[in-house]
Each structure stands twice: as C-alpha cells, then as structure tokens.
Design a protein around this ligand. Structure first.
Ligand code: FES
Ligand SMILES: [Fe+2]
Length: 340
C-alpha cells in the first residue's frame, strides 16, 4: 500500500470527448480516451512499437491510434491493429499498460497502484450534495506549483487566511476561537466553535447576519480536503478539493464548490465563482513562492505549532500510507485555542 493505491481525478468528464487526452499522474504519462462504448480508458502514454506518445494520435474504431505508424490499442492496452501487416493479419501480442478507471459524478478517476486488482476494493471519493435539489455546484480545475501535501495543508489552514486573503476571505480579529480536533483511521477533522462572522468580502456577500456558523475543516486520506460552513439547511457551503499529484512539486486540484442558498443559488454563482477564483489564485501564488523556497534550499524544514491544527495529521497519515504502515488508533479529541 502506498499513496499510489488510491483513486485520483485525471480529468473532468466534459474534457474527454472524441480526442485522446494527455495527463501525468505520479510522474507517469497517461493517455485517456473513450472506447467504442464511450467508456473512459487510461493507458501508459507510450506506444509499444517505437514509444511514440499515443496521446498525440487519435481515437479510431474505439482504440487509440498511434500517430507514427498507426498501431491501435484497445482499452485494455492490447494491440488490435498494425496497418502495415494488412487488415486480415493477426496483430502482434504486444500491449501497453492499462490502469483502472471509474467515471463518477462528472470526473474520470484513475487508480495508479502497482497491483490493479486492488482497485476494486475501494471507490473514488463521493462529493456530497452534488446532484441534490436545492444545491448548486461549480468546479474549479487549478494547476498548483506545489505538492499535494502542501495544497491539502493550505486548504485546511486557517491562520494564513488573514494574511494571504486579507479582507477577501477573513479579516484579522482579536477574539479567541476554539477548535476541536479529532482523528480516526481515514480522516482528521477540526470543528470550530462560535466563530465570529468576519468583515471580509466573502462574509458580507454570502454569510447571513446574526446566524451561528458551524465551520468544519476535514482531511480525508489521502488526497481530499473538505471545508463546511453551515448556517441553516438553506445556507450551507461545502468546498471540497481533490488533489492529484503530477510530480513532486506539481498538483492538479479539482475544487468542487457545492452550496445551498435558498432559491437563488444559480444567481449567487455569478459572483461566488469569480470571487472563489480570486481567492484560489492567491493560494496558487503563495504556494508557488513557497515551492521556490523548497527548491532553493533543497527541501523542506518545517516547524509546527498546535494552531496548525490539521497539518501534522495530514503529514503523518500520508507518510504512514506511503510506507504501508497501519494508521494509528483513533486519537482522543483535543480542544485548541486559536486567534485570527
Ligand atoms: S511508434 Fe507507434 S506505431 Fe510506431
Ligand atoms: Fe487559502
């Protein structure tokens, strides 16, 4: 078991039409295409003949066709046709590696683990309320120059918000907040008590006045962060980010914004989406600058304080998974005081 033994989003369904797509996950180049039945398939992006990138070819007869000599591969990666041998010839017994794929909730998920048979034992993450009545969803697909771990930590890190998103998302406040942190084998969670409504742009536009908010930040092993701001059943925001590793310092992040906003959810999107893009752009920028530092100094040398809340859990649980070690028993909950 390693971090590769997990489902990662390779593309949004709407991106995959009749042309193959090139993607890189865990430093491994893939070609994604739809077979004759429209089922998404993922193969190693290397033709078995002369190693050309299959993603530069096209889809033909339900196969991906190499642009160099026209060899065709089916969804299982088996060579089905070699034009130079003629139409009636048996194709050579060569294949390229294929990867398990699941298409779910508008995303194409790929399993990159060494043993593809283990994929069947788990399902991709399911985004909450995605198709529910009364909820509106939009997706942001963002490239980060940062590791998956750095992205997850950032999305679940509160203290940075008053610096990086000052005035936009959260404004400094002298009041003391309490966060209750819990962890089990597959997730870690911080729940905030009595969080005051800030004077930021987001609060003014989206949050109802005088209502108590239940704010929860959650890490779901290995690659998902979920943030909830729940006011009433009719006013609830969920920001879920699935982080796909491209390489050590590059990630593709699929942020699913799902929210209930009475009857005018669709209208709210008109300003909520551009606002969210501004905020995510601020995170792209700060993480790019942090990654530059890691490169400059040849690695990370982090220190942690308890108000980093979930940072150590994200790091610790992912390290254990990477090493194939069992996760710790459920940790007793802790209450931590935090100031923004
Ligand atoms: S390199 Fe792909 S067909 Fe020759
Ligand atoms: Fe942020």
């Amino acid at each position: 078991m390693s971090l590769r033994d997990s489902w990662n989003i390779a593309a949004q369904s709407r991106e995959l039409r009749d042309q193959p797509l090139a993607r890189t996950l865990f430093d491994t180049p893939l070609v994604i295409f739809r077979d004759a039945s429209g089922v998404a398939q993922a193969l190693l992006d290397r033709c078995a003949h002369r190693n050309m990138a299959l993603s530069e070819g096209k889809v033909n007869a339900g196969c991906v066709e190499c642009p160099y000599h026209g060899w065709r591969y089916d969804g299982a990666g088996h060579c089905q046709h070699v034009p130079s041998l003629g139409d009636n010839a048996k194709p050579p017994r060569v294949s390229v590696r294929s990867f398990p794929v699941v298409e779910q909730q508008g995303f194409i998920w790929v399993w990159m683990g060494d043993d593809p048979t283990t994929a069947a034992s788990s399902r991709p993450y399911e985004f909450a309320h995605l198709d529910d009545r009364g909820w509106t969803t939009f997706v942001m697909n963002t490239r980060f120059e940062a590791s998956v771990e750095a992205c997850l930590e950032n999305f679940l890190d509160c203290p940075h918000t008053v610096y990086v998103h000052k005035g936009w998302f959260r404004s400094p406040d002298t009041r003391v907040l309490r966060a209750h942190v819990t962890r089990d084998a597959t997730s870690a969670c911080a729940q905030f008590e009595g969080e005051p409504i800030s004077t930021s742009v987001v609060s003014k536009l989206l949050f109802p006045k005088g209502k108590e908010v239940v704010h929860t930040d959650r890490f779901i092993l290995p690659n998902v962060s979920r943030v909830d701001y729940a006011f009433t059943p009719e006013r609830h925001f969920i920001i879920t980010s699935q982080c796909t590793p491209i390489s050590e310092h590059e990630s593709q992040v699929y942020t699913v914004m799902t929210y209930a906003f009475g009857k005018i959810g669709w209208l709210v999107r008109l300003f909520f989406e551009p606002l969210s893009r501004i905020i995510i752009g601020q995170d792209v920028d700060v993480l790019k600058r942090m990654t530059r530092q890691l490169r400059r100094f040849g690695g990370a040398q982090f220190s942690h304080v308890e108000t980093d809340l979930l940072g150590l859990h994200i790091q610790g649980m992912r390290r254990k998974m990477e090493r194939g070690e069992p996760q710790d028993a459920d940790a007793p909950g802790r209450t931590i005081e935090i100031r923004f």
